[in-house]
Design a protein around this ligand. Structure first.
Ligand SMILES: Cc1cc2nc3c(=O)[nH]c(=O)nc-3n(C[C@H](O)[C@H](O)[C@H](O)COP(=O)(O)O)c2cc1C
Length: 189
């Protein structure tokens, strides 16, 4: 099983990235191969000026092709996901998330924006043809502290929700035909 993890905060250290890191370690401990990306892995000019020839972008696209799932994190900026993350998602081919299960994670200053994943991020993931976008995890800033180093301090209610979502993600990944198997099948017909 292979999963791409993508941190969509322009800032480091970052609360949303800290949640993602918990997810990355949880999945790795269960034998999932996790390939991790941060927005900072991409040159700002490539994102801003839509450089489709960016080597990092090409690598992400190639690795996405062979991945079974995506776990993606973002801060809420202006009632939506971060604009910097959008500049990256805009450069992905239209069917990039086909056959993939996606788990979104978001942190925000206010619980007033707890639906940002649903009304802003999910439509973009769906437009990339994600097979299944799971119920995401939303946390307001009061629930995540000491996130400068790993592990962050998560309030117990958040920790419980995050672990439950990771469990659901793992189960969803386990019940779908894995991409590697699908690619072998396609090659043999
Ligand atoms: C430019 C900017 C815009 C923000 N806009 C919102 C917002 O509209 N709603 C909200 O609830 N929080 C907003 N916040 C707060 C962040 O979403 C919150 O602190 C989040 O946890 C930051 O995540 P990060 O540490 O991963 O970057 C904003 C923060 C910044 C820096």
């Amino acid at each position: 099983m292979r999963v791409i993890s993508l941190a969509g905060s322009p800032r480091q250290p970052s609360r949303s990235t800290a949640l993602l890191e918990v997810g990355e370690r949880w999945l790795t401990a269960r034998g999932v191969e996790v390939i991790s990306y941060r927005l900072q892995d991409f040159a700002a000019e490539d994102l801003l000026f839509a450089n489709f020839a960016s080597p990092q972008l090409k690598q992400l696209i190639a690795q996405l092709e062979s991945a079974d799932g995506l776990i993606i994190s973002t801060p809420v900026y202006k009632a939506s996901f971060s604009g910097a993350l959008k500049t990256l998602l805009d450069l992905l081919p239209e069917r990039s998330l086909e056959h993939k299960v996606v788990l979104p994670l978001a942190t925000a200053g206010s619980i007033g924006h707890m639906l940002a994943i649903d009304y802003a991020l999910k439509p973009v993931l769906t437009s990339l043809k994600a097979q299944e976008v799971l119920q995401g995890v939303f946390a307001d800033d009061t629930l995540v502290s000491d996130y400068q180093t790993f592990p962050p301090n998560l309030q117990p209610t958040l920790e419980e929700r995050l672990l439950e979502s990771l469990d659901n993600f793992y189960v969803a990944l386990s019940r779908k035909p894995l991409i590697a198997a699908r690619q072998r099948q396609t090659a043999s017909v």
